[in-house]
Design a protein around this ligand. Structure first.
Ligand code: SF4
Length: 710
């Protein structure tokens, strides 16, 4: 006899797409997740990761209760403890570190942006530690920060049609969202729809993505050189008289200085750097400047480069020169709903600025003196400081939803820091991981199906309701855990709520909604208005769009965009390139995994069972490699194994290796994390972006050879 299925609307959080979905419940069990066809933000779209949410939810390896280390660190021996025991012990150890050494001797860490990002930063700030370790420097934050400097807020592709116009020209720059599913609060399904309607499509990507196959211009750029291309496109638009002077003359500062500044950055100059043809560059720039409205969907590719902040500034200036700022069908500044308290870290700079942090602690950030501009502590410098004690050795750490052994470069230093130097480490996770194995206490975290939430980290123009439908073991929402711990640590000012639902009520207070009411509505949108700058100007020191950034100038940075060649590249280090002739690009999004997640989910792993390195068939042939062979990828740092996947849509001198691979099925304590971890290949030699500390993850050098050739 078939049982009745109940449908609950929710918002998926298996990645940053935040698609609206339908949860199919049979009794108290989730049996299926499907896309919500009535959703204005995702229109029925769901990707394999979202569809596999129930597999993750009920996976037998889920952590279901708090654990305390029972053997030597990393030995894999654990004892079950209660939540109260865990929280009491954590509070006692954190307090001890603060009293004995100072609050900066505790570090907080999280992985990619999550619904609890606001809370982890709030917790770190309230505790008094500036050491918040995250990977924003290689993903998203260069775009967020450059936008804040240039026009006050991150512009977003206008694909929802609020203004009655669709983008006529669609630029996809270093982003493969229609394959990966979602990014930065946008879902791939919406982009597919917009691409179908656009008259012109420009794709800038070293790999021939699906949209590139049908694009009017596919610029197969050398990885890491996006800044040079952006500058040459600016030059072309100026030289050919394609500038939107109505916007530029009335709403920007610094145009005259820009004209002088870019004179040498011709398409010919950029061609010699990017590997593109000068005429291709001119032609794409013309298409972008003469097809209106035009939007630019930018991904994380250029974030992980030697001039990411400056590249993002150049990409913003391209939008300004063509008048594609806050116009229907262009790149717009979202208006958040007024009924809900705005707490996205991307909209509320107080969240990232250490609101609760005393001034003297702000100067105790571990940066090794390299970084002038970044919201978080620089991970390589941080891990090095723990190992060397220079400038001081952090003693304790709380890692929330992150697997730094897989997701940070300098993986062996990270391992040493966790294994030998940190005195007390807490990890909050869904599953045991190689990183969690090196902790002292492990806390079981709830997945998105196990939490009530008002989701507003990424979408900005709307917030979405997410309802807890299941409880697995004793897993808890990380936000609830932070409130409970904050109470024990006396952090009442930062966490004034009785409990987590008290917090949700506070978030919904401006509109007088209860949590049940927002669940009934599903989505609450802001009232979108375009061309807001005509009335209000921009949130910059001059009130204008700052082509010439006065803030950058004050910080001693170039106020106009510049390009820097990666330190390891065929142009800048020909001696290294002789031994390591291939450009190693990593970090391309996969269809089924979200960073280091999903390797234990059967349906996802079946679709991508082994770590893959893509290479051109000509290159493979010359190296004696056939499709599916296990190969070594070697850099001056180390070597790892992956399977070769032949793909003629990649340049013969570039290989693209999947990142964050580990093998949960191999069990504790190592889970095979050193075999195929691309971060073992990346170290100091590739250099850093001097403004943000970003790392050249897309453009290192390597060699590849068959495993069986030894
Ligand atoms: S794109 Fe992301 S948010 Fe959307 S269904 Fe897939 S995993 Fe979920």
């Amino acid at each position: 006899m078939s049982r009745e299925i109940q449908i609950i609307r929710s918002a998926c959080r298996m990645c940053h797409g935040v698609c609206q979905v339908l949860i199919h419940m049979e009794g108290d069990r989730v049996v299926k997740i499907t896309g919500d066809p009535e959703s204005p933000i995702s229109r029925g779209y769901i990707c394999p990761k979202g569809a596999a949410s129930a597999e993750l939810l009920y996976h037998p390896d889920r952590l279901t209760h708090p654990l305390r280390r029972a053997g030597k660190r990393g030995e894999g021996k654990w004892e079950r403890i209660t939540w109260d025991e865990a929280l009491d012990e954590i509070a006692e150890r954190f307090s001890k570190i603060k009293t004995e050494s100072g609050s900066e001797y505790l570090a907080m860490s999280q992985g990619t942006g999550r619904p609890y990002s606001e809370f982890t930063m709030r917790f770190a700030n309230a505790f008094g530690t500036p050491n918040f370790v995250a990977v924003g420097h290689v993903c998203y934050m260069p775009r967020v920060l450059s936008s804040q400097f240039t026009l006050g807020q991150l512009p977003v592709t206008d694909v929802y049609g609020f203004g009655g116009k669709d983008p006529e020209c669609f630029v996809i720059w270093g982003c493969n969202i229609t394959y990966g599913g979602g990014a930065d609060g946008m879902c791939g399904g919406m982009i597919k729809r917009a691409l179908k309607k656009a008259k012109r499509v420009i794709v800038i990507d070293p790999r021939r993505t699906k949209p590139a196959e049908k694009a009017d211009h596919w610029l197969q750029i050398r990885p890491g050189t996006d800044g040079a291309l952006a500058l040459a496109m600016i030059t072309t638009i100026i030289d050919e008289g394609l500038v939107d002077h109505d916007f530029v003359d009335n709403h920007t500062v610094g145009y005259e200085q820009l004209v002088e500044h870019v004179k040498g950055f011709t398409p010919e100059w950029a061609a010699s750097i990017t590997g593109l043809n000068a005429e291709e560059i001119r032609s794409a720039a013309r298409t972008y400047a003469t097809t209106s409205p035009a939007c630019m969907l930018w991904g994380s590719a250029a974030d992980a480069s030697a001039s990411c902040f400056q590249t993002a500034r150049a990409q913003l200036i391209l939008r300004a020169l063509t008048g594609n700022i806050d116009n229907p069908g262009g790149d717009v500044l979202w208006v958040p709903p007024e009924e809900v308290r705005q707490r996205s870290i991307f909209m509320n700079p107080d969240q990232m600025g250490g609101h609760f942090l005393p001034p003297e602690k702000k100067n105790r950030v571990v940066t090794a003196g390299k970084i002038a501009l970044e919201a978080f502590v620089h991970p390589p410098s941080f891990w090095n400081s723990v190992v060397t004690g220079d400038p001081y050795r952090v003693r304790g750490m709380w890692i929330v939803g992150s697997n730094p052994l897989l997701c940070h470069t300098h993986a062996l230093t990270t391992e040493k820091a966790l294994r030998d130097h940190l005195e007390f480490t807490v990890v909050s996770e869904l599953f045991m991981t190689p990183t969690a194995e090196l902790a002292d206490i492990v806390l079981p975290a709830a997945s998105w199906l196990e939490t009530d939430d008002v989701a507003n980290l990424h979408k900005i123009w709307c917030v979405l309701a997410r309802k807890q439908v299941v409880q697995i073991g004793e897993a808890r929402d990380n936000k609830e855990v932070m409130i409970q711990l904050a109470k024990r640590l006396g952090m009442h000012e930062a966490f004034p709520w009785k409990d987590y639902h008290g917090y949700l009520d506070w978030v919904l207070e401006p509109g007088g909604m209860s949590f049940e009411e927002i669940c009934d509505r599903g989505l609450v949108a802001g009232h979108m208005r375009y061309y807001k700058y005509k009335e209000n100007g921009f949130a910059t020191p001059s009130g204008k769009f700052e082509i010439y950034s006065t803030l950058a100038e004050q910080m001693g940075l170039s106020p106009l965009p510049v390009y820097r060649e990666p330190k390891l590249s065929p142009l800048s280090s020909p001696d290294v390139a002789e031994k390591y002739p291939l450009i190693l690009s990593t970090g391309a999004r996969t269809k089924v995994f979200f960073i280091s997640e999903g390797r234990q989910i059967p349906s996802l792993r079946k679709a991508n069972p082994d770590p893959l390195v893509e290479m051109h068939s000509d290159t493979a042939r010359s190296l004696g490699i056939i499709d599916g062979d296990w190969v070594w990828i070697e850099t001056p740092e180390d070597r790892i194994q992956m399977r070769a996947r032949l793909f003629d849509g990649i340049a013969p001198n570039v290989v693209s290796a999947q990142h964050a691979w580990w093998f949960p099925e191999e069990g504790p304590p190592d889970y095979g994390w050193k075999r195929s971890n691309v971060n073992l290949l990346l170290g100091d030699a590739a250099g850093y972006d001097p403004e943000t500390g970003s790392e050249c993850l897309r453009s290192s050098l390597c060699k590849v050879y068959p495993v069986n050739a030894e």
